[in-house]
Write a protein that binds this ligand. Structure first.
Ligand code: 4AD
Ligand code: MG
Length: 431
C-alpha cells in the first residue's frame, strides 16, 4: 500500500479504512498508555492515537519519546473523532520513527528576528505553508492568463548593463572586471522582444537596493511583467484589471482553505471585478488633501498616501496620468498635457497599496533621448534600447506586477516577507 496524502483521508467515506501515512510530528502528548501524535504532511495534519496495547512495545516507547519534527511513518485505521483536529484520527497499528529530531528551536512567542534566523525551519509553519501554496497558485494563474491572451513566456537576463528604474536602488557588482547590475525589471528587454513575438511576458526575480525597512519592500522579489506591441494605455488598464481579477478568482477557487487559515474570506476575492475605479493623479492629490495628507501636486505618493486612498476600498484602484517628473523616462507623455505621462499604478484595496506599475511606452526616438537627458542619464548608455525606436518603432505598453505584493494583499499578511520563503531585506541574506 502506498503512502496516502493526509488530506485525502479526512472524509466520512474513509471511516474504518486502513491508512498509511508519513510526515513530521506537529504536536505530541501522552497520557494513560496512549501517545497522541499529530502528524503533518504537505497536505494537512492528522492525529494518530498510538495505544500501548495496539503496537509493539518498542514502537510505543518511540512514540512517547519522539520530539516535535521527528520524521515518522504510521499505519492504522481511520476513525471519526470530534475531539481531534480535522475531526478524524488514526488508531495506529504501527508507528515507525525514521529520524528522531533534536529539540526544535522554535516554540511559541519568539521574536521576529529569531524567526528570521531560523527561517529554514520556520517555513514549516502552517501559515507560511499556506502563503507558499497561494503564491504557487498566483504564478500558475498568471501564466494561464498570459497564455489565454496569446503571450509568449520569455527569459530576459538578470545581469544587466543599466538602470530601468533609476540608479538609487541598483545593486552593482564586479562582472569580469566591469561594473554590471542586478535587474530591477525585465521591461527594456521585453520591449526588445515585442518586435519578434509581439506579446511577451516574463516571471523573474527583480532586485532593489531598498535602504529602508518597510512592510512592503524586499531587496529581491518576483516580478510578473508583460509587454504588448500596438497596445495603448486604455488596453493596458483593461489587461491589468482582467489579469488581477483572474488571479483572484483562481486563488479563491483553488486555495479556499489556505485563505481561510490566513484570515482571508475567499468570497472577498470572488468579488474582485473589472472595471476598477480610476483616479487621475491630480484627483488623487485633492482627495488625499481632503483626507488630511500634506501631499502636494508633483510629490510621489508614499505608503501612507496609498493607504489613505485605499483603506476603505474593497476593489483595486488605478491612479493614472502622473506628472512626468516623478516617473521613469520611458513613459509616453500625455498628448493633451505634456507635463503628464500615460503611466498607471494599480493599488490593492484595504490599505495595501501599489501592486502594479505600468505605462504606455514612449515610442519616439527624439522624445526619449530628451527624457533621458532630463533625468541626468547619458543616452549613450541606452544605445541598444534606442535602436528599438530606430527600427520599426510602434506604440506599445506594458506593466510589472510584484508577486509578493499581490500575495501579501490576497493573504492579508502584515509583512511582505511572509510572501516569500527566504526574504531578502536590508542587512539580511542568511539563511
Ligand atoms: O513600479 P515599478 O518600479 O515598475 C517597474 O519596474 C516597471 N519597469 C515594470 C514594467 O513596466 N515592466 O515596479 C513594478 C512593481 C511594483 O508595482 C511592485 O508591485 C513591485 O514591482 N515592486 C516591489 N515588490 C517588492 N519589493 C520591492 N522593493 C519592490 N519594488 C517594486
Ligand atoms: Mg511603481
Amino acid at each position: 500500500m502506498d503512502f496516502q496524502p493526509i488530506a485525502s483521508l479526512l472524509q466520512e467515506s474513509m471511516e474504518g479504512k486502513k491508512a498509511r501515512i508519513r510526515g513530521w510530528i506537529y504536536r505530541t502528548r501522552s497520557s494513560g498508555g496512549v501517545a497522541f501524535v499529530v502528524l503533518r504532511d504537505s497536505t494537512a495534519i492528522l492525529q494518530c492515537a498510538v495505544k500501548k496495547s495496539q503496537v509493539p512495545e518498542k514502537q510505543f516507547a518511540d512514540a512517547e519519546k519522539a520530539l516535535l519534527e521527528s520524521a515518522v511513518e504510521v499505519e492504522g485505521i481511520i476513525k471519526k473523532d470530534g475531539r481531534a483536529p480535522g475531526g478524524f484520527e488514526v488508531q495506529a497499528t504501527s508507528f515507525r520513527v525514521k529520524q528522531f529530531a533534536q529539540v526544535f528551536p522554535i516554540s511559541r512567542d519568539q521574536s521576529p528576528e529569531f524567526l528570521l534566523d531560523v527561517r529554514h525551519l520556520w517555513i514549516r509553519s502552517r501559515e507560511l505553508t499556506a502563503a507558499a501554496k497561494v503564491k504557487a497558485t498566483v504564478l500558475e494563474a498568471a501564466r494561464a492568463f498570459f497564455k489565454s491572451r496569446g503571450y509568449w513566456e520569455t527569459t530576459p537576463p538578470l545581469i544587466v548593463s543599466g538602470a530601468c528604474e533609476g540608479g538609487s536602488t541598483l545593486f552593482d557588482f564586479n562582472y569580469f572586471g566591469k561594473k554590471a547590475f542586478l535587474s530591477q525589471s525585465a521591461q527594456l528587454y521585453l520591449e526588445a522582444l515585442i518586435y519578434s513575438l509581439e506579446k511577451v511576458y516574463a516571471i523573474t526575480p527583480s532586485f532593489r537596493a531598498e535602504k529602508s525597512r518597510t512592510v512592503r519592500h524586499l531587496a529581491e522579489y518576483w516580478h510578473i511583467e508583460g509587454e504588448e506591441a500596438y497596445m495603448d494605455f486604455e488596453g493596458l488598464l483593461k489587461f491589468e484589471e482582467e489579469l488581477i481579477a483572474f488571479i483572484c478568482h483562481q486563488v479563491a477557487k483553488e486555495r479556499a482553505e489556505e485563505l481561510k487559515r490566513l484570515g482571508r474570506d475567499p468570497s472577498d476575492l470572488l468579488k474582485i471585478k473589472p472595471p476598477f475605479k480610476r483616479l487621475k493623479y491630480e484627483e488623487a492629490v485633492s482627495l488625499l488633501q481632503k483626507k488630511g495628507s500634506s501631499v502636494q501636486f508633483g510629490d510621489d505618493f508614499g505608503a501612507e498616501d496609498e493607504k489613505l486612498l485605499t483603506e476603505h476600498e474593497t476593489q483595486p484602484l488605478f491612479v493614472t496620468h502622473f506628472p512626468k517628473k516623478i516617473k521613469a523616462f520611458y513613459m509616453k507623455q500625455d498628448l493633451e498635457n505634456p507635463e503628464l505621462v500615460f503611466g498607471n499604478d494599480c493599488l490593492a484595496p484595504e490599505g495595501y497599496g501599489e501592486i502594479i506599475g505600468g505605462s504606455q511606452r514612449e515610442d519616439d526616438l527624439k522624445e526619449i533621448e530628451r527624457r533621458l537627458k532630463e533625468q541626468g542619464s547619458d543616452p549613450k548608455d541606452y544605445e541598444w534600447y534606442l535602436d528599438l525606436r530606430r527600427f520599426g518603432s510602434v506604440p506599445h505598453s506594458g506593466f510589472g506586477l510584484g508577486a509578493e505584493r499581490l500575495v501579501r494583499w490576497i493573504c492579508k499578511l502584515e509583512h511582505i516577507r511572509d510572501a516569500t520563503p527566504f526574504p531578502r531585506v536590508i542587512n539580511r541574506s542568511y539563511p
